[in-house]
Design a protein. Structure first.
Ligand SMILES: Cc1cc2nc3c(=O)[nH]c(=O)nc-3n(C[C@H](O)[C@H](O)[C@H](O)COP(=O)(O)OP(=O)(O)OC[C@H]3O[C@@H](n4cnc5c(N)ncnc54)[C@H](O)[C@@H]3O)c2cc1C
Lengths: 258, 601
């Protein structure tokens, strides 16, 4: 069995973000880019399935320009066997566009299981995995915090408000992963070096019969604004002694008024 | 806690823009590497530092290792960490492939050790003590010893240590008393005591392997009678099991800082059954140690720089947030208070820290790059670079250690009262950094090493090479407008250095060795300042060129910061040379004629 893991290159959320002069995009100079953290859990889940002998191959798939390869190398260093970069330069496609391009590319990959993070931490849209499942006509489970594969059936727990929801899905399936399902491993130095030799295949979206302009055309960003700084309400928990201690600590260390 | 403890932007500036680490990959030994690999290694180290080491920085200080009946219990996470360092290949990163290493350049290894050290210096000591011990074995021990011990150390299963110090032999290792007696069974029997041995006993690993110096029973007196041994806590038997080697830990010491890593007192051969295996040849122990000394001492400088860097970022963050006072010219008390980073004196304190920490890191990366070029570069450069590294080593050990203390102290000052309290990391960093001028040769010993050995060796060749390197840097800087004046100043300082060295050398020629070395520590301080000025001039030369065609705000700020830090060093620190030069020229032997008895009352 082959597993495809969808990985997105996103700005590190600890970066300082500035809105560009056009008021509709973010200044990208000096941003540090990383693999979207939820995708790390998906990567780890895939590698664990392979290590358990339930999959033969893990392929990391990403859409974007050449720079995505850096993020894909991290996935290869974690343990993916190979990579597929769906190349799309220029204006960023919308979630729908990304899903269309990836679905087209995935048709040729032959993966029985497609894993993704539950959402990407840059736009938080949580759409790509769902749309791909629809386009490939296979079942999908989102926000998955446990996964078990027996034969061709995948049993998953979905995190829902106040509880869990257990589902069974026949393969092939698309699953998007919640954090906490595992502890993503750090790349090891030997694997970092091996990653250099692993192949990243490139496939241009034009070759898939798609057009970057069309993929980017579904949504126009009118304006962007940084969130207004609002006072956070923080309800202190515990007994009186703990609450007072927490409060004093917050007044000292966060508010610096004591 | 503060969010930042290192700047990857600065680290990469030093590694790539200054030292061009990618060029190392052209040498056959490093040909498996490229920048992508280096970046991924450093990014992974930062992730480990951020997610695992830094969160345990305070906890490992407050909950110290405990000693009970010969065993020391350390923070339970350390077992996991050692295993992760083993599996991750971090411990043996710079070792050759054939010994299970990754042949990572020292330039990169020192950088990730720096990241770990800034996140949590105590934690970082465990794996990298093993690195030093294993590399020593790889260089000089028999294949059998290497095969028995090195893979276990690199896997993080066994702890490697360096066991030199004894109660009567600290700075003066020639006076050590631990004695090895020959047997017919291929090993020696050892009797003796060691003190202050870092990580000499703990429960995060399954065995401890000491690289220990001792004197063989009939060895000549002095430095030429010291041999190097492998002495395990548990010795491997033929059937693969481990049995006690009559080496026990009798105490641990309560230290000022760096509390997460224990230092131990060890007793060998209480029951006459402590076996020691000779490394290399008899009586060559200290010379083997010396061959690893440069790396070890540069490593200490890196550790000091790491701690001072964490302090710098913690204080920077605080000064941006803490509002106190108003601009001197603003008289209206109704106006809001301003962040203290706006005050000139606070900016001075931040610039001081930046000048010390980034100057030190620059020297550390440069020295590590020399180690790589000596090891893997063209044979014809080797001798010259070795001399240069030998010369720079006492400086790379001492400047970051001594000035790092002042830098952390200044960081602490930036926080006012909170700097003194344990809600913020500064007080701990202040305690943690204090070890560095002491271990791996005290500052006093480094001063004598520089003036008494390095300056004079090979007829002063090392000093000449040092001066040539700096002169080449000055020539380049002269053409850069923003730092041309600084280039001129450094040229004058170099002339003064030569004149001072001639003066001191004159004393040595007259046979007044006492006088010649009496103020060796001051001489080391003097050369340290010149070395830093050189590193800053070099950084500024590169960053001014980059500034000329840089188009992003972030880069512009970074390079402007470099310009200011360089100017700061030249205008605030370089003038200190004059005071030192005045004293060094006097050579009146004040400390020699002072009598111990005059200290009474
Ligand atoms: C936290 C910690 C970790 C350590 N880890 C290890 C370890 O892992 N392995 C190990 O072997 N050792 C270790 N040590 C020991 C350390 O290397 C020694 O403490 C150090 O070398 C100094 O020796 P000493 O303590 O005997 O001081 P001394 O040698 O007694 O020195 C005391 C003072 O006298 C000065 N002095 C001594 N001799 C001279 C001289 N000839 N001329 C002028 N001044 C002189 C010194 O500069 C110093 O200021 C560690 C020590 C500490 C505190």
């Amino acid at each position: 069995m082959k597993i495809a893991v969808l990985v997105k290159r996103v700005p590190d959320t600890t970066s300082v973000f500035k809105i560009a002069d056009d008021n509709a995009s973010v200044v990208t100079d000096n941003l540090k880019y990383v693999m979207s953290p939820y995708d790390e859990y998906a990567m780890e889940a895939a590698i664990q399935l392979r290590e358990a002998g339930q999959a033969e191959e893990v392929i990391v798939v990403s859409l974007g320009d050449e720079s995505c390869k850096e993020t894909m190398r991290t996935a290869l260093a974690m343990g993916a066997d190979s990579g597929l970069l769906v190349k799309c330069d220029g204006a960023g496609p919308t979630s729908r566009g990304v899903a269309e391009a990836l679905a087209a590319a995935l048709k040729n990959v032959g993966a029985s299981l497609i894993l993704a993070g539950k959402q990407a931490v840059d736009d938080d849209a949580s759409q790509v995995a769902e749309r791909i499942a629809e386009l490939l006509d296979c079942p999908h489970a989102s926000v998955v915090s446990r996964m078990e594969l027996v034969g061709d059936t995948l049993t998953v727990d979905r995190e829902i408000e106040g509880g869990k929801y257990t589902l069974e899905l026949p393969l092939p399936a698309v699953v998007s992963i919640e954090k906490g399902i595992n502890t993503p491993r750090y790349p090891t130095l030997p694997n970092i070096m091996k990653a250099k030799r692993k192949a990243i295949e490139e496939q241009d979206i034009n070759a898939l019969g798609l057009d970057a302009a069309v993929l980017a055309s579904h949504i126009t960003v009118e304006a962007m604004a940084l969130p207004r700084q609002e006072r956070l309400t923080n309800v202190l928990e515990g007994d009186n002694e703990t609450r007072v201690a927490t409060l004093v600590k917050a007044l000292r260390e966060e508010e610096k008024v004591l | 806690m503060a969010e930042t403890f290192v700047s990857m932007r600065n680290l990469k500036f030093l590694i790539y823009e200054l030292n061009n680490a990618e060029a190392l990959c052209a040498y056959p030994y490093f040909e498996e590497h490229n920048r992508e690999i280096f970046d991924l290694v450093l990014d992974t180290a930062l992730k480990m530092g951020t997610d695992d080491l830094y969160p345990r920085f305070v906890e490992m200080d407050r909950e110290q290792p405990t000693f009970d009946a010969g065993t020391i219990s350390v923070n339970p996470w350390l077992r996991e960490f050692m295993a992760a360092c083993g599996e991750g290949g971090w411990i043996g990163a710079n070792a050759p492939f054939e010994h299970g290493g990754q042949q990572i350049p020292d330039t990169v290894m020192v950088a990730f050790r720096f990241i770990f050290g800034a996140a949590n210096y105590s934690a970082s000591a465990y794996p990298f003590l093993g690195t030093g011990a294993a590399l020593l074995m790889i260089s000089f021990a028999s294949r059998e010893l290497i095969d028995t011990y090195v893979p276990n150390i690199f896997a993080g299963k066994w702890q490697g240590t360096m066991a030199l110090t004894e109660p009567h032999a600290g700075s003066s290792l020639t006076d050590l008393k631990t004695t090895a007696t020959r047997t017919d069974a291929g090993y020696f029997n050892l009797v003796g005591q060691k003190i202050f041995i870092s990580c000499g006993e703990h429960n995060a690993v399954n065995n401890i392997v000491h690289l220990m110096i001792a004197r063989i029973e009939d060895a000549p007196a002095g430095i030429k009678g010291i041999s190097l041994f492998v002495v395990p806590k548990l010795r491997p038997c033929a059937d693969g099991t481990l049995e006690s080697n009559d080496l026990i830990c009798t105490a641990t010491f309560h230290k000022l800082g760096y509390k997460g890593a224990p230092i131990t007192q060890l007793e060998m051969g209480e029951h006459g059954d402590c076996r020691a295996w000779l490394v290399g040849e008899e009586n060559h122990g200290l010379s083997y140690m010396f061959q690893m000394m440069n790396e070890a001492r540069v490593g200490v400088g890196a550790g000091a720089t790491a701690i001072a860097t964490a302090a710098y970022y913690a204080s920077l963050e605080y000064t941006r947030e803490r509002a106190q006072g108003r601009p001197i010219t603003a008289k209206d008390p109704a106006t809001p208070q301003i962040p203290i980073i706006e005050h000139a004196d606070v900016k001075r304190m931040l610039l001081f820290q930046r000048a010390i920490t980034e100057g030190s890191l620059s020297l550390i990366i440069y020295c590590s790059n020399l180690i790589d070029r000596i090891h893997a570069g063209p044979a014809e450069d080797k001798e010259r670079l070795e001399l240069l590294l030998d010369f720079l080593t006492p400086i790379a050990k001492t400047y970051p250690s001594e000035m790092g203390i002042l830098s952390v102290s200044t960081g602490l000052q930036c926080l006012g009262g909170y700097g003194y309290c344990d809600e913020f990391p500064l007080e701990q960093l202040y305690r943690d950094i204090r070890i560095h001028p002491i271990h791996e040769g005290t500052t006093g010993i480094q001063g004598m090493d520089l003036l008494g050995r390095k300056v004079t060796m090979k007829n002063g060749q090392a000093l000449m090479i040092y001066i040539e390197e700096i002169t080449a840097c000055i020539e380049k800087a002269k053409g850069v407008e923003a730092i041309a004046a600084e280039a001129q100043q450094l040229e004058e300082a170099l002339a003064q250095l030569q004149q001072l060295t001639m003066h001191l050398g004159g004393l040595a020629m007259k046979g007044e060795i006492d006088l010649f070395l009496a103020d060796a520590t001051l001489y080391l301080e003097y050369v340290g300042i010149i070395t830093m000025a050189w590193q800053w001039l070099w950084q500024a030369t590169v960053s001014e060129t980059a500034l000329a065609d840089c188009d992003t705000e972030g880069d512009t700020n970074f390079y402007m910061g470099k310009r200011y830090a360089c100017h700061y060093f030249f205008r605030y620190e370089l003038p200190k040379l004059q005071g030192l030069a005045t004293r060094l020229q006097q050579s009146d032997g004040l400390t020699l004629s002072m009598q111990a008895k005059y200290f009474e009352d």
